[in-house]
Design a binder for this molecule. Structure first.
Ligand code: AMP
Length: 494
Protein backbone atom coordinates (compact mmCIF):
# COMPACT_ATOMS: atom_id res chain seq x y z
CA UNK A 1 0.00 0.00 0.00
CA UNK A 2 1.23 3.47 -0.82
CA UNK A 3 1.24 6.13 1.87
CA UNK A 4 -2.18 7.85 2.08
CA UNK A 5 -0.52 11.22 1.42
CA UNK A 6 0.80 9.86 -1.90
CA UNK A 7 -2.50 8.23 -2.87
CA UNK A 8 -4.31 11.50 -2.23
CA UNK A 9 -1.73 13.47 -4.26
CA UNK A 10 -2.40 11.17 -7.24
CA UNK A 11 -6.01 12.41 -7.22
CA UNK A 12 -4.84 16.01 -7.65
CA UNK A 13 -2.29 15.38 -10.41
CA UNK A 14 -2.59 18.54 -12.50
CA UNK A 15 -3.39 20.85 -9.64
CA UNK A 16 -0.78 23.29 -8.37
CA UNK A 17 0.86 22.05 -5.17
CA UNK A 18 3.82 24.35 -4.59
CA UNK A 19 4.56 27.85 -5.86
CA UNK A 20 7.92 29.55 -5.29
CA UNK A 21 9.91 32.30 -6.98
CA UNK A 22 11.11 29.54 -9.36
CA UNK A 23 7.55 28.91 -10.59
CA UNK A 24 4.68 26.56 -9.87
CA UNK A 25 4.82 22.79 -9.44
CA UNK A 26 1.86 20.44 -9.72
CA UNK A 27 1.08 17.38 -7.64
CA UNK A 28 2.27 15.35 -10.67
CA UNK A 29 5.64 17.18 -10.53
CA UNK A 30 5.88 16.46 -6.82
CA UNK A 31 5.05 12.78 -7.30
CA UNK A 32 7.50 12.43 -10.19
CA UNK A 33 10.43 14.26 -8.59
CA UNK A 34 9.96 12.56 -5.22
CA UNK A 35 9.96 9.15 -6.91
CA UNK A 36 13.21 10.08 -8.67
CA UNK A 37 14.73 11.14 -5.36
CA UNK A 38 13.51 7.93 -3.71
CA UNK A 39 15.16 5.93 -6.52
CA UNK A 40 18.45 7.79 -6.00
CA UNK A 41 18.29 7.13 -2.28
CA UNK A 42 17.50 3.45 -2.69
CA UNK A 43 20.37 2.77 -5.11
CA UNK A 44 19.90 -0.97 -5.50
CA UNK A 45 18.16 -1.72 -2.24
CA UNK A 46 14.41 -2.24 -1.93
CA UNK A 47 13.65 -0.21 1.16
CA UNK A 48 15.66 2.18 3.38
CA UNK A 49 14.07 0.43 6.37
CA UNK A 50 13.83 3.57 8.47
CA UNK A 51 17.42 4.70 7.90
CA UNK A 52 17.61 8.32 8.94
CA UNK A 53 18.22 10.77 6.11
CA UNK A 54 19.28 14.26 7.22
CA UNK A 55 18.66 17.01 4.68
CA UNK A 56 19.44 20.71 4.48
CA UNK A 57 17.55 22.48 1.72
CA UNK A 58 16.15 26.03 1.67
CA UNK A 59 12.33 26.26 1.72
CA UNK A 60 10.96 25.48 -1.75
CA UNK A 61 9.90 22.68 -4.10
CA UNK A 62 13.20 20.77 -3.69
CA UNK A 63 12.72 20.63 0.07
CA UNK A 64 9.23 19.14 -0.28
CA UNK A 65 10.19 16.66 -3.02
CA UNK A 66 13.14 15.50 -0.93
CA UNK A 67 11.04 15.01 2.20
CA UNK A 68 8.56 12.95 0.18
CA UNK A 69 11.40 11.10 -1.57
CA UNK A 70 12.82 10.02 1.80
CA UNK A 71 9.38 8.83 2.92
CA UNK A 72 8.74 6.98 -0.35
CA UNK A 73 12.09 5.19 -0.08
CA UNK A 74 11.19 4.01 3.45
CA UNK A 75 13.49 6.42 5.30
CA UNK A 76 12.96 8.68 8.28
CA UNK A 77 13.28 12.36 7.35
CA UNK A 78 15.52 14.47 9.59
CA UNK A 79 15.21 18.09 8.45
CA UNK A 80 18.17 20.30 9.39
CA UNK A 81 17.84 23.99 10.17
CA UNK A 82 19.20 26.42 7.57
CA UNK A 83 20.45 28.83 10.23
CA UNK A 84 22.24 26.31 12.45
CA UNK A 85 26.00 26.56 12.89
CA UNK A 86 28.18 23.47 12.42
CA UNK A 87 28.06 22.15 16.03
CA UNK A 88 24.23 22.09 16.02
CA UNK A 89 24.08 20.41 12.60
CA UNK A 90 26.66 17.85 13.71
CA UNK A 91 24.69 17.10 16.87
CA UNK A 92 21.46 16.37 14.95
CA UNK A 93 23.26 14.29 12.32
CA UNK A 94 25.13 12.16 14.86
CA UNK A 95 22.35 11.92 17.45
CA UNK A 96 19.83 10.74 14.83
CA UNK A 97 22.38 8.25 13.49
CA UNK A 98 21.76 9.51 9.96
CA UNK A 99 23.38 7.32 7.31
CA UNK A 100 22.73 9.70 4.41
CA UNK A 101 23.04 13.49 4.16
CA UNK A 102 21.33 15.41 1.37
CA UNK A 103 22.49 19.00 0.83
CA UNK A 104 21.51 21.87 -1.39
CA UNK A 105 24.67 23.25 -3.09
CA UNK A 106 24.47 26.35 -0.78
CA UNK A 107 25.38 24.07 2.13
CA UNK A 108 27.79 21.77 0.32
CA UNK A 109 30.99 22.78 2.12
CA UNK A 110 29.77 22.38 5.67
CA UNK A 111 27.78 19.19 5.06
CA UNK A 112 30.28 17.42 2.83
CA UNK A 113 32.93 17.84 5.50
CA UNK A 114 30.51 16.54 8.18
CA UNK A 115 29.65 13.55 5.97
CA UNK A 116 33.34 12.81 5.47
CA UNK A 117 34.10 13.20 9.17
CA UNK A 118 31.40 10.66 10.07
CA UNK A 119 31.76 8.44 7.02
CA UNK A 120 28.23 9.03 5.73
CA UNK A 121 26.80 8.90 2.23
CA UNK A 122 26.62 12.44 0.83
CA UNK A 123 24.27 13.52 -1.93
CA UNK A 124 23.87 16.95 -3.52
CA UNK A 125 20.32 17.83 -4.56
CA UNK A 126 21.66 18.79 -7.98
CA UNK A 127 22.93 15.21 -8.50
CA UNK A 128 19.84 13.34 -7.41
CA UNK A 129 17.66 12.74 -10.46
CA UNK A 130 18.03 9.36 -12.28
CA UNK A 131 16.05 8.75 -15.48
CA UNK A 132 14.67 5.36 -14.53
CA UNK A 133 12.38 5.16 -11.59
CA UNK A 134 12.55 1.95 -9.62
CA UNK A 135 9.75 0.19 -7.81
CA UNK A 136 9.23 1.92 -4.54
CA UNK A 137 8.54 0.00 -1.34
CA UNK A 138 5.19 -0.25 0.37
CA UNK A 139 5.33 1.69 3.61
CA UNK A 140 3.22 0.70 6.58
CA UNK A 141 1.89 3.83 8.29
CA UNK A 142 3.00 2.61 11.70
CA UNK A 143 6.61 3.11 10.62
CA UNK A 144 8.75 6.09 11.68
CA UNK A 145 8.51 9.10 9.37
CA UNK A 146 10.08 12.15 10.95
CA UNK A 147 12.52 13.18 13.67
CA UNK A 148 12.30 16.80 14.84
CA UNK A 149 14.67 18.10 17.51
CA UNK A 150 13.17 19.93 20.45
CA UNK A 151 14.65 21.40 23.60
CA UNK A 152 13.73 20.06 27.03
CA UNK A 153 14.61 20.87 30.62
CA UNK A 154 17.66 18.63 30.63
CA UNK A 155 20.65 18.22 28.36
CA UNK A 156 20.75 18.63 24.62
CA UNK A 157 17.69 18.72 22.34
CA UNK A 158 15.85 15.41 21.97
CA UNK A 159 14.74 13.80 18.72
CA UNK A 160 10.94 13.53 18.61
CA UNK A 161 9.99 10.52 16.45
CA UNK A 162 6.60 10.59 14.76
CA UNK A 163 5.20 7.82 12.58
CA UNK A 164 3.25 8.30 9.35
CA UNK A 165 0.18 7.43 11.38
CA UNK A 166 0.92 10.14 13.98
CA UNK A 167 1.37 12.69 11.20
CA UNK A 168 -1.86 11.56 9.55
CA UNK A 169 -3.74 12.02 12.85
CA UNK A 170 -2.18 15.46 13.47
CA UNK A 171 -3.03 16.59 9.96
CA UNK A 172 -6.57 15.20 9.69
CA UNK A 173 -7.44 16.76 13.04
CA UNK A 174 -6.55 20.21 11.68
CA UNK A 175 -8.14 19.56 8.28
CA UNK A 176 -11.43 18.82 10.07
CA UNK A 177 -11.24 21.63 12.63
CA UNK A 178 -10.17 24.38 10.25
CA UNK A 179 -12.09 23.00 7.23
CA UNK A 180 -9.20 22.83 4.80
CA UNK A 181 -10.25 22.13 1.18
CA UNK A 182 -8.42 21.78 -2.12
CA UNK A 183 -9.44 25.39 -2.88
CA UNK A 184 -7.22 26.70 -0.10
CA UNK A 185 -4.06 28.63 -0.84
CA UNK A 186 -1.63 29.37 1.99
CA UNK A 187 1.53 31.45 2.28
CA UNK A 188 4.39 29.52 3.92
CA UNK A 189 6.87 31.67 5.82
CA UNK A 190 7.80 29.40 8.73
CA UNK A 191 10.97 27.37 9.35
CA UNK A 192 10.90 23.89 7.85
CA UNK A 193 12.61 22.06 10.71
CA UNK A 194 9.76 22.77 13.15
CA UNK A 195 6.29 21.22 13.51
CA UNK A 196 4.40 24.45 12.78
CA UNK A 197 5.85 24.80 9.27
CA UNK A 198 6.08 21.10 8.44
CA UNK A 199 2.75 19.79 9.74
CA UNK A 200 0.29 22.67 10.18
CA UNK A 201 1.19 24.46 6.98
CA UNK A 202 2.98 22.18 4.49
CA UNK A 203 1.52 18.74 5.16
CA UNK A 204 -2.01 20.00 5.77
CA UNK A 205 -1.85 21.78 2.39
CA UNK A 206 -0.69 18.69 0.56
CA UNK A 207 -3.14 16.38 2.34
CA UNK A 208 -5.99 18.71 1.33
CA UNK A 209 -4.82 18.98 -2.30
CA UNK A 210 -4.44 22.73 -1.76
CA UNK A 211 -1.68 25.13 -2.85
CA UNK A 212 1.30 26.29 -0.80
CA UNK A 213 3.19 29.46 -1.73
CA UNK A 214 6.60 29.09 -0.17
CA UNK A 215 8.83 32.08 0.53
CA UNK A 216 12.50 31.18 0.81
CA UNK A 217 12.73 33.36 3.91
CA UNK A 218 10.58 35.68 5.97
CA UNK A 219 10.53 39.30 4.94
CA UNK A 220 7.65 41.52 6.08
CA UNK A 221 7.40 43.55 2.85
CA UNK A 222 7.37 40.42 0.67
CA UNK A 223 4.68 38.87 2.86
CA UNK A 224 2.57 42.01 2.56
CA UNK A 225 3.07 42.06 -1.22
CA UNK A 226 1.77 38.49 -1.41
CA UNK A 227 -1.17 39.33 0.86
CA UNK A 228 -1.97 42.34 -1.35
CA UNK A 229 -2.15 40.01 -4.39
CA UNK A 230 -5.42 38.85 -2.85
CA UNK A 231 -5.27 35.15 -3.78
CA UNK A 232 -4.48 33.65 -0.36
CA UNK A 233 -7.15 32.01 1.77
CA UNK A 234 -5.08 31.05 4.83
CA UNK A 235 -2.19 32.40 6.86
CA UNK A 236 -0.43 30.93 9.89
CA UNK A 237 2.37 32.49 11.92
CA UNK A 238 3.90 32.90 15.35
CA UNK A 239 3.12 36.10 17.35
CA UNK A 240 6.58 37.57 16.59
CA UNK A 241 5.76 37.54 12.88
CA UNK A 242 2.46 39.31 13.45
CA UNK A 243 4.37 41.99 15.40
CA UNK A 244 6.76 42.47 12.46
CA UNK A 245 3.85 42.66 10.01
CA UNK A 246 2.13 45.23 12.21
CA UNK A 247 5.31 47.37 12.24
CA UNK A 248 5.55 47.18 8.45
CA UNK A 249 1.86 48.13 8.12
CA UNK A 250 2.32 51.10 10.43
CA UNK A 251 5.19 52.48 8.36
CA UNK A 252 3.39 52.06 5.01
CA UNK A 253 1.60 54.87 3.15
CA UNK A 254 -2.15 55.28 3.69
CA UNK A 255 -2.84 53.98 0.19
CA UNK A 256 -0.71 50.86 0.72
CA UNK A 257 -2.22 50.29 4.16
CA UNK A 258 -5.63 50.17 2.47
CA UNK A 259 -4.45 47.55 -0.03
CA UNK A 260 -2.78 45.52 2.75
CA UNK A 261 -5.98 45.46 4.77
CA UNK A 262 -8.04 44.56 1.70
CA UNK A 263 -5.70 41.61 1.01
CA UNK A 264 -6.25 40.32 4.55
CA UNK A 265 -10.01 40.70 4.19
CA UNK A 266 -9.93 38.28 1.24
CA UNK A 267 -8.58 35.46 3.44
CA UNK A 268 -10.89 33.09 5.24
CA UNK A 269 -8.68 32.38 8.27
CA UNK A 270 -5.57 33.69 10.02
CA UNK A 271 -4.01 31.66 12.83
CA UNK A 272 -1.44 32.28 15.57
CA UNK A 273 0.37 29.70 17.65
CA UNK A 274 3.61 28.22 19.02
CA UNK A 275 3.73 30.94 21.70
CA UNK A 276 1.32 33.05 23.72
CA UNK A 277 -0.40 35.73 21.64
CA UNK A 278 -0.33 39.06 23.53
CA UNK A 279 -3.74 40.77 23.75
CA UNK A 280 -2.30 44.02 22.28
CA UNK A 281 -1.08 42.11 19.22
CA UNK A 282 -4.43 40.38 18.72
CA UNK A 283 -6.29 43.70 18.99
CA UNK A 284 -3.93 45.62 16.72
CA UNK A 285 -4.07 42.84 14.14
CA UNK A 286 -7.85 42.88 14.26
CA UNK A 287 -7.93 46.61 13.60
CA UNK A 288 -5.55 46.21 10.64
CA UNK A 289 -6.89 43.06 9.06
CA UNK A 290 -10.43 42.62 10.33
CA UNK A 291 -9.39 39.13 11.51
CA UNK A 292 -9.77 38.02 15.10
CA UNK A 293 -6.75 35.69 15.09
CA UNK A 294 -7.54 32.05 15.84
CA UNK A 295 -5.10 31.05 18.58
CA UNK A 296 -4.20 27.41 19.05
CA UNK A 297 -1.86 25.45 21.34
CA UNK A 298 0.38 22.55 20.40
CA UNK A 299 3.80 21.01 20.77
CA UNK A 300 6.30 19.03 18.70
CA UNK A 301 5.53 15.85 20.66
CA UNK A 302 1.74 15.97 20.30
CA UNK A 303 0.87 18.04 17.26
CA UNK A 304 -1.90 20.54 17.94
CA UNK A 305 -4.07 19.92 21.01
CA UNK A 306 -6.29 22.94 21.67
CA UNK A 307 -7.84 25.48 19.36
CA UNK A 308 -10.30 28.32 19.34
CA UNK A 309 -13.22 27.54 17.01
CA UNK A 310 -13.29 28.21 13.28
CA UNK A 311 -16.95 29.17 13.64
CA UNK A 312 -18.27 30.64 16.83
CA UNK A 313 -16.75 32.93 19.40
CA UNK A 314 -12.96 33.09 19.78
CA UNK A 315 -11.76 34.28 23.13
CA UNK A 316 -8.80 36.57 23.58
CA UNK A 317 -6.19 35.03 25.91
CA UNK A 318 -7.66 31.52 25.55
CA UNK A 319 -6.64 28.59 23.34
CA UNK A 320 -10.11 27.07 23.13
CA UNK A 321 -11.04 23.42 23.41
CA UNK A 322 -9.49 20.05 22.46
CA UNK A 323 -9.16 19.45 18.71
CA UNK A 324 -10.71 16.38 17.03
CA UNK A 325 -9.01 13.07 17.99
CA UNK A 326 -7.24 14.77 20.94
CA UNK A 327 -7.96 14.11 24.62
CA UNK A 328 -6.76 16.72 27.11
CA UNK A 329 -6.80 16.71 30.90
CA UNK A 330 -5.36 18.87 33.70
CA UNK A 331 -3.66 17.24 36.69
CA UNK A 332 -2.04 18.38 39.93
CA UNK A 333 1.50 17.55 41.09
CA UNK A 334 0.30 14.13 42.31
CA UNK A 335 -1.12 13.31 38.92
CA UNK A 336 -4.72 13.67 40.15
CA UNK A 337 -7.34 15.43 38.02
CA UNK A 338 -7.92 18.99 39.22
CA UNK A 339 -11.43 20.38 39.79
CA UNK A 340 -12.71 22.76 37.08
CA UNK A 341 -11.33 26.24 37.57
CA UNK A 342 -8.14 24.97 39.28
CA UNK A 343 -4.84 25.22 37.40
CA UNK A 344 -3.09 21.98 36.46
CA UNK A 345 -0.54 20.49 34.07
CA UNK A 346 -1.85 19.86 30.54
CA UNK A 347 -1.66 16.18 29.64
CA UNK A 348 -2.55 14.87 26.21
CA UNK A 349 -3.55 11.54 24.69
CA UNK A 350 -4.45 10.55 21.14
CA UNK A 351 -3.21 9.10 17.84
CA UNK A 352 -1.22 12.26 17.07
CA UNK A 353 1.03 11.85 20.10
CA UNK A 354 4.60 10.96 19.07
CA UNK A 355 6.12 7.49 19.25
CA UNK A 356 9.25 8.14 21.31
CA UNK A 357 12.30 10.31 21.91
CA UNK A 358 14.93 8.92 19.58
CA UNK A 359 17.04 6.32 21.36
CA UNK A 360 16.11 7.76 24.72
CA UNK A 361 13.74 5.29 26.46
CA UNK A 362 14.34 6.92 29.83
CA UNK A 363 13.18 10.35 28.65
CA UNK A 364 10.26 8.75 26.80
CA UNK A 365 9.11 6.89 29.91
CA UNK A 366 9.41 10.04 32.04
CA UNK A 367 7.34 12.03 29.56
CA UNK A 368 4.23 9.89 30.06
CA UNK A 369 1.93 9.25 33.00
CA UNK A 370 -0.53 6.36 32.56
CA UNK A 371 -0.39 6.77 28.79
CA UNK A 372 -0.88 10.56 28.93
CA UNK A 373 1.87 12.85 27.62
CA UNK A 374 3.00 15.39 30.19
CA UNK A 375 3.40 18.71 28.38
CA UNK A 376 5.03 20.64 31.24
CA UNK A 377 2.61 23.53 30.55
CA UNK A 378 -0.02 24.64 33.04
CA UNK A 379 -3.51 25.82 32.18
CA UNK A 380 -6.90 26.42 33.69
CA UNK A 381 -10.35 25.77 32.20
CA UNK A 382 -12.78 28.68 32.40
CA UNK A 383 -16.25 28.38 30.86
CA UNK A 384 -15.08 25.33 28.95
CA UNK A 385 -12.06 27.07 27.40
CA UNK A 386 -8.42 26.50 28.22
CA UNK A 387 -6.22 29.41 29.26
CA UNK A 388 -2.46 28.75 29.20
CA UNK A 389 -0.78 29.96 32.38
CA UNK A 390 2.83 29.19 31.48
CA UNK A 391 5.48 26.54 31.66
CA UNK A 392 6.30 24.47 34.71
CA UNK A 393 10.04 24.95 34.18
CA UNK A 394 11.73 28.36 34.14
CA UNK A 395 14.44 26.71 32.09
CA UNK A 396 12.26 26.46 28.98
CA UNK A 397 12.24 29.71 27.03
CA UNK A 398 9.97 30.50 24.08
CA UNK A 399 11.51 33.12 21.85
CA UNK A 400 10.03 34.04 18.48
CA UNK A 401 8.10 30.74 18.58
CA UNK A 402 11.28 28.68 19.12
CA UNK A 403 11.52 26.55 22.23
CA UNK A 404 14.99 26.74 23.73
CA UNK A 405 16.59 25.31 26.85
CA UNK A 406 18.33 27.69 29.25
CA UNK A 407 20.45 24.79 30.50
CA UNK A 408 21.71 23.91 27.03
CA UNK A 409 22.72 27.53 26.41
CA UNK A 410 24.42 27.78 29.82
CA UNK A 411 26.45 24.68 29.07
CA UNK A 412 27.79 26.28 25.89
CA UNK A 413 28.42 29.67 27.58
CA UNK A 414 30.49 28.01 30.28
CA UNK A 415 32.94 26.90 27.59
CA UNK A 416 33.82 30.58 26.90
CA UNK A 417 37.31 31.22 28.30
CA UNK A 418 36.24 34.41 30.12
CA UNK A 419 33.01 33.11 31.62
CA UNK A 420 33.16 31.56 35.05
CA UNK A 421 29.46 31.20 35.80
CA UNK A 422 26.25 32.09 34.04
CA UNK A 423 22.47 31.99 34.30
CA UNK A 424 20.27 32.18 31.22
CA UNK A 425 16.67 33.35 31.53
CA UNK A 426 13.72 34.36 29.36
CA UNK A 427 12.56 37.94 29.89
CA UNK A 428 9.06 38.95 28.77
CA UNK A 429 9.06 40.87 25.51
CA UNK A 430 6.14 42.00 23.35
CA UNK A 431 7.84 41.18 20.03
CA UNK A 432 9.69 37.95 20.89
CA UNK A 433 7.44 36.56 23.63
CA UNK A 434 10.60 36.13 25.65
CA UNK A 435 14.11 37.46 25.05
CA UNK A 436 17.06 35.21 25.87
CA UNK A 437 19.20 37.05 28.46
CA UNK A 438 22.34 35.93 30.29
CA UNK A 439 23.80 37.03 33.62
CA UNK A 440 27.54 36.36 33.53
CA UNK A 441 30.26 36.12 36.15
CA UNK A 442 33.58 36.69 34.41
CA UNK A 443 36.97 35.30 35.24
CA UNK A 444 40.18 37.24 34.62
CA UNK A 445 40.27 40.93 33.85
CA UNK A 446 39.19 40.87 30.18
CA UNK A 447 36.09 43.00 29.50
CA UNK A 448 33.42 41.26 27.38
CA UNK A 449 31.33 43.26 24.91
CA UNK A 450 27.90 42.07 23.78
CA UNK A 451 29.09 42.09 20.18
CA UNK A 452 32.16 39.94 20.85
CA UNK A 453 30.14 37.61 23.04
CA UNK A 454 27.39 37.18 20.43
CA UNK A 455 29.72 36.53 17.53
CA UNK A 456 31.48 33.86 19.62
CA UNK A 457 28.16 32.29 20.66
CA UNK A 458 26.78 32.23 17.11
CA UNK A 459 29.56 29.82 16.15
CA UNK A 460 28.22 27.33 18.68
CA UNK A 461 24.48 27.94 18.91
CA UNK A 462 21.52 28.57 16.61
CA UNK A 463 21.13 32.33 16.36
CA UNK A 464 17.74 32.32 18.17
CA UNK A 465 19.42 30.72 21.21
CA UNK A 466 22.13 33.39 21.49
CA UNK A 467 21.40 35.85 24.34
CA UNK A 468 20.47 39.30 23.06
CA UNK A 469 21.34 40.99 26.37
CA UNK A 470 24.10 40.23 28.86
CA UNK A 471 24.71 41.53 32.32
CA UNK A 472 28.07 41.18 34.04
CA UNK A 473 27.52 40.46 37.74
CA UNK A 474 29.84 39.86 40.69
CA UNK A 475 27.89 36.75 41.66
CA UNK A 476 24.66 35.02 40.71
CA UNK A 477 21.69 35.23 43.10
CA UNK A 478 21.30 31.91 44.93
CA UNK A 479 18.96 30.45 47.54
CA UNK A 480 20.01 28.87 50.83
CA UNK A 481 20.70 25.60 49.02
CA UNK A 482 23.09 27.38 46.67
CA UNK A 483 20.73 27.01 43.68
CA UNK A 484 20.56 29.97 41.30
CA UNK A 485 17.22 31.75 41.75
CA UNK A 486 16.12 32.36 38.20
CA UNK A 487 13.20 34.70 39.04
CA UNK A 488 15.71 37.06 40.70
CA UNK A 489 17.94 36.84 37.63
CA UNK A 490 14.93 37.80 35.47
CA UNK A 491 14.38 40.88 37.66
CA UNK A 492 17.94 42.04 36.90
CA UNK A 493 16.88 42.54 33.29
CA UNK A 494 13.55 44.27 33.93
P1 AMP B 1 7.23 23.53 20.21
O1 AMP B 1 7.33 22.09 20.51
O2 AMP B 1 8.53 24.17 19.79
O3 AMP B 1 6.12 23.84 19.25
O4 AMP B 1 6.87 24.27 21.57
C1 AMP B 1 5.73 23.89 22.28
C2 AMP B 1 5.50 24.83 23.41
O5 AMP B 1 5.13 26.12 22.92
C3 AMP B 1 4.36 24.44 24.31
O6 AMP B 1 4.73 23.44 25.23
C4 AMP B 1 4.01 25.76 24.96
O7 AMP B 1 4.88 26.04 26.03
C5 AMP B 1 4.27 26.76 23.85
N1 AMP B 1 3.03 27.15 23.13
C6 AMP B 1 2.55 26.67 21.98
N2 AMP B 1 1.40 27.29 21.63
C7 AMP B 1 1.14 28.18 22.61
C8 AMP B 1 0.11 29.14 22.85
N3 AMP B 1 -0.89 29.33 22.00
N4 AMP B 1 0.18 29.88 24.00
C9 AMP B 1 1.19 29.72 24.87
N5 AMP B 1 2.21 28.85 24.69
C10 AMP B 1 2.18 28.09 23.58
Amino acid sequence: MNLPLIIRAEEHNEKRAITTTDGSFTYRDLLHTSSQIATSLLQNTEDLQEQRVAFLIPPGFEYVATQWGIWRAGGIAVPLCVSHPRPELEYVITNSGASIIIAHPNFEDILRSLAEAHNLRFILTSEMLPHNISNLPEIDITRGALILYTSGTTGKPKGVVTTHQNIQAQVTSLITAWEWTSNDCILHILPLHHIHGIINVLTCTLWAGAECHILSKFDAETVWNRICDGDLSLFMAVPTIYVKLITAWETASKERQKRMSEGCAKMRLMISGSAALPVQVLEKWQSISGHFLLERYGMTEIGMALSNPLHGERLCGYVGKPLPQVEVRLVDENGELVPTGTPGEIQVKGPGVFLEYWQNPEATAKAFQDGWFRTGDTAVVENGNYRILGRMSVDIIKTGGYKVSALEIEEVLRSHPDIQECAVVGVADLEWGERVCAALVLQGSQPLTLQAFRSWAKEQLAVYKVPTQILIVEELPRNAMGKVTKPTVVELFC
